[in-house]
Design a protein around this ligand. Structure first.
Ligand SMILES: [Zn+2]
Length: 454
């Protein structure tokens, strides 16, 4: 039993409540009470109650990071400021194939640590090596929905691409289907109540064959699994679909049945024709990654219009940095810039996308995303006793525009304090970073790169 006493609470409930100098009671893995001190229930007294001083702390629901690749943390900012499509084939894919289990494991561990320390309590990861990612996330105590990323070619030796279009000509469905089947095996091992659950994963619509896409849809329906994939990330992918399949990627997903399941579509930046409407009316959601889109596109996608049509949106960091508060701020300011309207994605709306609306978008609104009795005890405490956070007149605006991941002092997942005083309670951070620094140096030296500045 944990009692957090004297904190301010922004619970992100539908009626926009705010409780100053209030209390949170956690019993087991659930929230037992959230509200004014006057209403604290009797089970909050007793010898087994751990009391946390909540003065100068703002409690928020744990942030939902709907698109990560923890195993790629070791690449850092390496592919930023480049045409990422060429970089993927020439540098990233062969390097990924060359990564050892130790390097990949440490990459996932430090990637997950970064998400957690910055306030992200639930992450949706899309990558290979499910066992390695599960081990890393388990060690950290984070909540996660993992997905193996099906791909119809060999990473170690990507097949030649058509010089005119940039597309791979010979896709091998047996590769992607094998990864999907392995993914199902992981999913079937999950027990009810596990902190780690599984989705099916696919890389993109233009790196897998029709057979693999159809298999993903069949397996998702058969095992009642959500799906996680990159969708309509750039014009080249849309062109591929139009030429090969005679329709947009969104229309294609609709045709194979993948919009009838909880598909988390990362990016969805290029949505021509009726794509916005088709997607908004489906069970699918967009994982909007504004910082990644700005760096790698650079393109933002019609998020305000998609929201106006009733579409479901969660936010994601994609690559590094993995600070969800920074992503939340960018979801607001970059979309304002794109639309030329200050009313586009207000601070409150952005914070909802990072919490309750994001939880609903991934189908977890019943358990996550707001601080309400009965929900899972996933929350963060932000240190508000700092120059950039005083005075806090409008709480959502101050948090979205002024706060940073580094202001997160305490992170609770499923009733466990996994970050205390901005430090992991589960792993030795100093030792982990020392090992990682050494492993990363070895990895990059082997690939013929040394740390550089341009
Ligand atoms: Zn991605």
């Amino acid at each position: 039993v944990i009692l957090i006493l004297g904190c301010d609470i922004l619970p992100m409930t539908d009626d926009d409540e705010f409780w100053p100098d209030a209390a949170i009671l956690i019993v087991g893995d659930r929230l037992a009470y959230v509200g004014p001190r006057s209403g604290i229930p009797p089970e909050a007294t007793g010898r087994d109650v751990r009391v946390i001083d909540g003065r100068h702390r703002l409690a928020l629901p744990g942030l939902i990071n709907a698109h990560t690749h923890l195993g790629l943390n070791i690449f850092g900012a390496f592919v930023d400021d480049t045409d990422f499509r060429d970089e993927l084939f020439e540098v990233l894919y062969p390097a990924e194939a060359d990564m050892t289990a130790t390097e990949g494991g440490l990459s996932a561990l430090v990637g997950g640590l970064e998400v957690l320390k910055n306030g992200g309590t639930t992450l949706l990861d899309l990558y290979h090596h499910g066992g390695r990612t599960r081990e890393a996330v388990t060690a950290l105590g984070s909540r996660a929905e993992l997905a193996l990323m099906a791909l119809d070619f060999d990473l170690a030796a990507p097949p030649p691409r058509n010089p005119r279009t940039g597309w791979i000509e010979d896709l091998d469905p047996s590769r992607g289907i094998r990864e999907l089947e392995e993914n199902v095996e992981f999913a079937l091992t999950a027990q009810p109540g596990d902190r780690i659950t599984w989705r099916l994963g696919v890389n993109t619509t233009d790196t897998v064959s029709d057979e693999t896409m159809e298999r993903a849809s069949a397996l998702a329906h058969e095992h009642d699994l959500g799906v996680h994939m990159h969708v309509s990330q750039h014009q080249g992918e849309v062109n591929f679909s139009l030429e090969r399949r005679g329709c947009t990627p969104i229309e294609y997903l609709d045709r194979v049945g993948l919009l009838d399941v909880n598909l988390v579509a990362a990016h969805a930046t290029v949505l021509p024709g009726s794509d916005v409407t088709i997607l908004a009316r489906s069970k699918a959601a967009i994982a909007h990654c504004p910082i990644s889109n700005a760096k790698g596109g650079p393109i933002m996608g019609p998020i305000p219009r998609f929201l106006a049509e009733g579409g479901k949106v969660a936010l994601g960091t994609d690559s590094t940095p993995a600070d969800m508060l920074e992503v939340t701020r960018h979801a607001s300011v970059l979309n304002k810039l794109m639309t030329g309207s200050v009313e586009t994605i207000s601070a409150t709306q952005a914070l909802r996308l990072a919490t309750i609306d994001g939880a609903r978008a991934i189908g977890r609104g019943h358990d996550l995303g707001s601080l309400e009795a009965g929900k899972l005890a996933d929350l963060i405490l932000i240190d508000t006793d700092q120059a950039h956070l005083v005075p806090m007149i409008d709480v959502p605006r101050t948090i979205v525009y002024n706060a940073r991941g580094a202001d997160v002092r305490t992170v609770v997942v499923g009733g466990d304090i996994v970050i205390d005083n901005s430090t992991s309670t589960r792993i030795d951070e100093e030792r982990t970073l020392a090992l990682y620094r050494e492993a990363a140096a070895g990895f990059w030296t082997r690939r013929g790169f040394v740390p550089s500045h341009h």
